[in-house]
Design a protein around this ligand. Sequence first.
Ligand SMILES: Cc1cc2nc3c(=O)[nH]c(=O)nc-3n(C[C@H](O)[C@H](O)[C@H](O)COP(=O)(O)OP(=O)(O)OC[C@H]3O[C@@H](n4cnc5c(N)ncnc54)[C@H](O)[C@@H]3O)c2cc1C
Length: 374
Amino acid sequence: MGHRIAVVGAGPAGLTFARVLHRRDHPVTVLERDPAPDARPPGGALDLHQGLGQLALEKAGLLAQFQALSRPEGQAMRILDADGTVLRDWHPRPGERANPEIDRGQLRGLLLGPLDVQWGRGVTEVVPQTRGGVLVRSADGRQETFDLLIGADGARSRVRPAISSAAPHYTGVTLVETSLDDVDTRHPDLARLVGAGSMAVYGVNRALVAQRNSGGHLKVYAQFRAPLDRHANPDPSDAEAVRSRLLALFDGWAAPVLDLLRRGTAFVHRPLHVLPVSHTWAHVPGVTLLGDAAHLMPPLGAGANLAMLEGAELAESVAAATGPGDLDDAVRAFEEQMWARAATWAEITTAGLERLVSPDPAEALALFDEVQPS
Ligand SMILES: Cc1cc2nc3c(=O)[nH]c(=O)nc-3n(C[C@H](O)[C@H](O)[C@H](O)COP(=O)(O)OP(=O)(O)OC[C@H]3O[C@@H](n4cnc5c(N)ncnc54)[C@H](O)[C@@H]3O)c2cc1C
């Protein structure tokens, strides 16, 4: 092929792109800011859908390995009301593999495989060149040029400003994440409360969601509407201050539900930001975006799936582009396809967030009944 191709970011989008290209024997440079694959906690498990994330893994030749690692039982979903009454208790049928869960660390390991990632290479600036190609500057002072640069560097993309002036804005909803370890031995009551998959409790403008990860690890997300200011976000390193604030916010909820917050360890604030629903840009030869960098949306189970499918599809198109001008045509066509699909999902997830963290908790239950197979 002869094209010099680089991808910024070793998340689901960047790694899937690189892995599919690698499978087709095309060299690709992966630049990642993290100093090592396990440099920071990976975050909660992802559910990967048939036709989206799972299709991407099939294109990467990794579907069988995913099926061995993932947890179909993690698709189970239980909904309680604030006084602890179970309203819904849904379990997947035997063999149901529509949306199995996989830990992010496991997914990263699976996608990494033989890839040669340049860890600790934070990109600081991207400059498209007038004669074609793009110049990439890194925090370590290095600069390189590529024929095609893919920005798969997430919500706060440093590649995006080279082609788009759009910036993420706050949704009005904040997530505070906490975790519990060894729940089956140390917190068997909470392990039973949550079950094999996820559990959610919806209240007025707030919700509490707990998700079982592998190895007896539980992620808990307190979700609420709040302004984006310091009062709403106490110093996250002061775990007891955050805990008290959350317990006050969820005051009156059933004791076992609040125990998820009482026994949680560290707290991480995640104010939810999104890009405009139909984010597009005037095509710039030599640069494009994938995943959250292109279409950050509320975290309702689509972001990583779209990111991975886009990565796989773009890699296939790039691998097939052999003639002069083919590479740019392939990227243009890919962008059109990505924009249309992402806009649909951005609308769905934006409307979903409004209903899940809403003044009327019945909306969340109605949404569950609409999307969940009976
Ligand atoms: C609480 C929560 C739960 C979610 N659950 C789901 C789910 O179940 N299913 C689902 O599909 N989606 C889910 N999502 C959304 C999903 O996490 C994202 O959509 C997905 O991670 C996007 O992948 P990405 O590769 O585009 O970006 P990221 O995962 O953000 O990866 C970007 C990578 O780029 C690197 N990077 C950033 N800046 C630079 C730089 N300047 N230079 C070099 N490298 C850089 C980062 O270190 C990172 O490795 C959830 C999100 C949240 C917050």
